[in-house]
Design a protein around this ligand. Structure first.
Ligand code: ADP
Ligand code: MG
Ligand code: MG
Length: 873
């Protein structure tokens, strides 16, 4: 099999489906070549080689050297130039590119092939000395940085020094002689830091650069980025070697980046930035402020038209919004990269709808590919309250780089951001600009604010990808890292002060502002109706209050999958009666306390049934260990003793009696209801009386009573019997009946193992995957924090199993539970109500097991709906 794949001249050995081997960049360069896009030719070294290289101490596999030689030769023929020719050198870029795009993670070397000699040849050939030396100094800088590990800053310092000496502000103001001088100084920087002369053999330059890219796969920042973004299972990075085109040949040349649609709001327009007489990273590096792509229309109208034409073509070909890099060399346009563009949630939904309307793709494809579950998450992000904002509090306005409101304390340092976040403090990371070194801090921050950089700056791209609010390029604020403060006009904001940012408007506001829940627009609603056309599994919600139930309904929940009753026992009077019940030492005492609790519970259920009118509501009976309801502070104990009319000593004695060594495995769940059947009786009565009441108001109710923590069929039979007896009583008393179901949570591994026996007796199963995960792993949910982080860092676990369902282990129990349960009762209704019900990969797993529904928190309902549809498609 090939180790190297060529592209260019209208053909290619690869195509867009080969991302794993060629990386995203290489696969798309190949694809673009085949569809006739004007791209500079070149070749891609497979990511497999990167893996080999990193596993074999920097060695190349056999034959690679010759394949590269052949490919260079082919490139020379296409270009009509020779690599290493001193008169007319073929120059190339060496570009990294993995299967998943990692913005700014891996580095690129441009203008490779230049030497002291060939720089003169290039100057003569192009009749442009300034240009040739500009290329050379860039090459020394990039090669030094990427390949030899000489920090880019060291070159920057030399450049700044020269600019100061020459009293100029911009790189472009340097004259030919200045650039020659700069090349000499750069070579000194190179030698001082590497102990070697700058290599003058292009073959060495190429070999070392390829190795540099391979090596950068394991650079700290690359590893960190992959970790934060949970990118695993890749071979490594591919390496693209590509003929250079030059955007720095004068005022008829330019380089830029653009999106085929606005990545912030989805508007159909060419969107981006460019710089005249510039090369490569200048646009994103924030050295000069880039110009809006619309200005290209004025300065290079032909190139603009061509760009518009080609980018539209690319969008249609890929059936997705594209993020494109281009260069104009003396009026001729080249495309250097295309990929599916990152976008905000609002943009994703609008683009999906528009592209279907424009006939670019069909609904099913749009639902399957154009909106990610995480995009919907962003739409559900909070916004600043409009009327909270006083004009006078506005510190500055920057670019609306990534929407959503964030409120936090100012920090200027990424490490501190991580630290503060670890302590539970919300922070806003404020930086002049961000670099890949900052990703840890950016991820920890609520929001990001930069004073420099455009919509495609590092901060903006990363923040949008994560759906994190970001205001970029807010040049009205003046950041002073040394003093740990920034100024905006005459206001000084210090580290630790509160600010608020609005990433949709680009505003930076002094102080801690209030935020409100978002409002969905028409696009969202339309898109969600499409989602439901392809959704083949219900989504319910976990809700304990009528408010949550109503919100979830608005988000499309088709019922409640889990209403926890324990939350209903808080509130002043309720908790007193609850506590009285708990410390009762006789059934009589307990019954009298429970009788006082009944009306509260009944009222709660009435409200919830009303909110969920016409839809099923699964109510779980009391689950947590009782002592959780007791006060733990001495002062509270005293008050309670007084209220209950007993001595503090007596109360303390009773509390001690209730304490357990291992409450999670103690007296909880159905064990409570079995030892104190009166608790089950009261709850069943409250639920069924409420149901009868709501039905009498002319509304449909579908109560489903769920017995928690069942591990044996006998436990379930016992509890079911209590519920059925109460039902009979209630229906007789009221002279009216409702349909109700009694089922169980499958959350103890044993229950999954004997699911067939339980299914004989139960009407439904709901997998309580929080407890099931806890008990299958033997990790206490409340104590796992002590080691989970470490496990994730060490790669002992890939994901937090409490967030992402462990399909390999816990998943087997779920599968067994479904199979055995349905074998015993083919129409058994089965759902899941753990945290995992809102996690897309877990939703897909549940769909594939044939579950009837997933249940998740109200805010995640739309996400679960989309994940379910995507699992179907
Ligand atoms: P990244 O993945 O960081 O975007 P790229 O490989 O895309 O890195 O390269 C960085 C910059 O260099 C881009 O702006 C790209 O357009 C430019 N570049 C890369 N190869 C060439 C080339 N052959 N000719 C001109 N510019 C190039
Ligand atoms: Mg880069
Ligand atoms: Mg790029």
């Amino acid at each position: 099999q090939n180790q190297v794949f060529t592209f260019g001249g209208g053909t290619a050995e690869g195509d867009k489906s080969m991302k794993e081997l060629l990386g995203g960049k290489g696969a798309n360069l190949a694809e673009m070549s085949s569809i006739g896009m004007p791209i500079p030719p070149g070749f891609t070294i497979s990511a497999k080689i990167c893996k080999y290289y990193n596993e074999h101490d920097g060695q190349w596999p056999e034959g690679l050297k010759y394949e590269i030689q052949d490919s260079i030769q082919q490139l020379e023929e296409l270009m009509g130039q020779q690599f290493g020719d001193p008169e007319d050198p073929l120059l190339v870029s060496v570009r990294s590119g993995a299967a998943i795009s990692m913005p700014g993670m891996m580095d690129t070397v441009l203008n490779l092939g230049l030497t002291d000699q060939s720089v003169q040849g290039l100057a003569q050939k192009m009749d442009n000395e300034r240009f040739a030396y500009d290329c050379y100094r860039r090459f020394i800088d990039m090669f030094g940085d990427v390949v030899m590990g000489v920090a880019h800053e060291k070159f920057e310092i030399a450049l700044q020094k020269l600019k100061d000496e020459k009293s100029v502000e911009l790189d472009t103001q340097l004259e030919v002689d200045d650039l020659k001088e700069l090349v000499d100084r750069y070579k000194k920087v190179y030698k001082n830091n590497t102990g070697e002369d700058f290599p003058q053999d292009p073959d060495d330059q190429l070999r070392l650069s390829i190795n540099g890219v391979f090596g950068s796969w394991n650079a700290k920042r690359a590893i960190k980025y992959r970790k934060i973004n949970k990118i695993t299972g890749l071979l490594g990075t591919a390496v693209n070697v590509q003929a250079m085109v030059y955007g720095n040949m004068g005022d008829d040349s330019a380089t830029g980046v653009c999106f085929t649609r606005n990545p912030s709001d989805g508007k159909s327009e060419l969107y981006g930035e460019f710089l005249i007489n510039a090369q490569g990273e200048d646009v994103v590096a924030g050295i000069r402020t880039p110009r809006d792509i619309n200005e290209l229309k004025e300065v290079m109208p032909d190139s603009y038209d061509e760009l518009l034409e080609l980018t539209n073509q690319l969008e249609e070909h890929y059936q997705d919004m594209q993020d494109i890099e281009f260069t104009v060399q003396q009026g001729k346009l080249f495309i250097l990269q295309t990929r599916n563009g990152k976008r905000t949630g609002a943009a994703a939904v609008k683009i999906a709808i528009d592209m279907v309307d424009e006939g670019i793709l069909k609904k099913d494809k749009a639902v399957a590919n154009l909106v990610e579950p995480g995009h919907l998450d962003q739409l559900l992000h909070p916004q600043l309250k409009e009327d909270e904002i006083d004009e006078n509090d506005i510190l500055g306005k920057g670019l609306p780089a990534s929407p959503g409101a964030a409120v936090g304390k100012v920090v200027f340092d990424s490490d501190i951001a991580e630290e503060e976040h670890g302590k539970g403090n919300p922070v806003i990371l404020v930086r002049i600009e961000t670099s890949p070194e900052d990703v840890g801090g950016m991820s920890a921050a609520e929001g990001i604010l930069t004073s420099r950089g455009g919509m495609t700056s590092h901060a903006a791209v990363v923040a949008r990808g994560w759906g994190k609010p970001c205001v970029a390029g807010c040049d009205g604020i003046n950041i002073d890292y040394d003093k740990q403060q920034f100024t905006a006009g005459d206001v000084t904001v210090r580290a630790g002060d509160w600010i608020s940012i609005d990433g949709a408007r680009g505003t930076v506001i002094n102080g801690k502002k209030e935020v409100e829940a978002p409002q969905f627009g028409d696009n969202f609603r339309t898109f969600m109706t499409w989602v439901d056309e392809f959704r083949d599994m219900d989504v319910r919600t976990n809700a304990d209050t009528p408010e949550d139930a109503l919100r979830a309904r608005e988000y499309g929940a088709l019922g409640i999958g889990l209403a926890r009753t324990e939350h209903m026992f808080f509130g002043e009077e309720r908790i007193r009666e609850m506590r009285r019940m708990i410390i009762s030492e006789s059934e009589g005492e307990r019954r009298s306390a429970l009788e006082n609790l009944l009306p509260y519970q009944r009222e709660d259920f009435i409200e919830i049934f009303e909110a969920m009118e016409g839809l099923p509501v699964t109510v779980r009976l009391l689950d947590p260990p009782l002592h959780e309801f007791l006060p733990d502070e001495e002062k509270e104990v005293k008050t309670l003793a007084k209220e209950l009319g007993i001595s503090t000593a007596e109360l303390n004695r009773k509390i001690r009696l209730l304490s357990e060594f291992n409450p999670m495995l103690g007296h909880r769940g159905c064990r409570l209801g079995i030892t104190y059947p009166e608790i089950t009786e009261m709850q069943a009565r409250a639920i069924l009386e409420a149901a009868v009441e709501v039905k009498s108001r002319g509304k449909e109710v579908y109560p489903e009573i769920m017995i928690p923590l069942v591990g044996t069929a006998e436990e379930f039979i016992h509890e079911r019997h209590v519920v059925d007896e109460i039902a009979e009583d209630v229906f007789a008393e009221k002279g009216s009946e409702v349909d109700y179901k009694v089922g169980t949570m499958i959350e103890i591994p044993r229950a999954a193992l004997i699911a067939d026996k339980i299914a004989d007796e139960a009407d439904f199963f709901s997998f309580g995957t929080n407890d099931l995960t806890q008990m299958t792993f033997g990790y206490s949910r409340d104590d796992a924090g002590k080691f989970l982080e470490h496990y994730l860092n060490e790669g002992i676990l890939k994901n937090d199993p409490f967030q992402v369902l462990d399909q390999e282990g816990v998943g087997q129990l779920v599968e067994m539970g479904v199979t055995k349960g349905r074998a015993a009762k083919s129409d058994l209704k089965v759902g899941i109500c753990g945290e995992h019900g809102g996690d897309p990969s877990s939703v897909a797993f549940c769909y594939n097991l044939g579950l009837n529904y997933v249940s998740c928190s109200p805010y995640r309902v739309p996400i679960a709906r989309l994940a379910a549809a995507q699992a179907f498609l």
